[in-house]
Ligand binder design. Sequence first.
Ligand code: 9D3
Length: 247
Amino acid sequence: MNFDILTLFPGMFAGPFDESIISRAKDKQLIDISLHNIRDCAIDRHQTADDAPYGGGAGMVMKAEPLAASICAVKALRPESTVVLTSPQGRRLTHRIAAELAERSGLIIVCGRYEGIDERVRTLYAEDDISLGDFVLSGGEIAAMAIVDAVTRLIPGVLGSSESAEADSFGDGLLEYPHYTRPPEFGGLTVPEALLSGNHELIRKWRRKESLRKTRNLRPDLLSQLELSREDLKLLAEIEREDAGGN
Ligand code: 9D3
């Protein structure tokens, strides 16, 4: 998978891709990340990439020509890649959308800045538009990093066999069960007995139940989207009895 990132602030990407899973995916040549400074495509003396909005008002707008030139230059190198904008008006990034993007051979991710990009660039070039959610970021760079990270984890071979079950855990639509490691007692709190039992069936059931409990209590919206097995329904009935009145 080729990631081409178009940004006015390439320096922001020094670091985040040089650690752990992303770095290993690069070493294994499962992904390649290229940064492109949009300003390099501005042809005027001051390399202007932004300008005041037509109609007036606060802030600046990313100019069409440098951005279009930058997109075209990268698209010429990688005609198969999909042009993805990052903006507050995009589709909110989810596991499902990350999985969808992981199917493409390459992504050209355009990082929005200022009040946004000239709408004509969206009309002419955008094939997708992604937001991280309903809060204000200073620009699309952090969204681009989130996309690269979430998508890379879903590319076959990136995660080891012990890690890849983890990638599925949003795939099954539930929150994760609680995790514990040594010591057996901490801050006056012990580890649930089932986890110390060595009984794999007991452990599996406990984890499933606690996954259901967390999801019911923290994200009931997720639970209502799921098809639950008979075991799930039985476990939920137990949870209802145990947690009667809340918590
Ligand atoms: C002060 C301007 N805003 C009015 C609420 C509009 C606005 C324009 C541009 C707010 C933020 C930005 C810059 N943000 C992004 O480019 C962005 C973003 C975000 O702000 N939130 C969540 N996901 C994303 S992806 C790109």
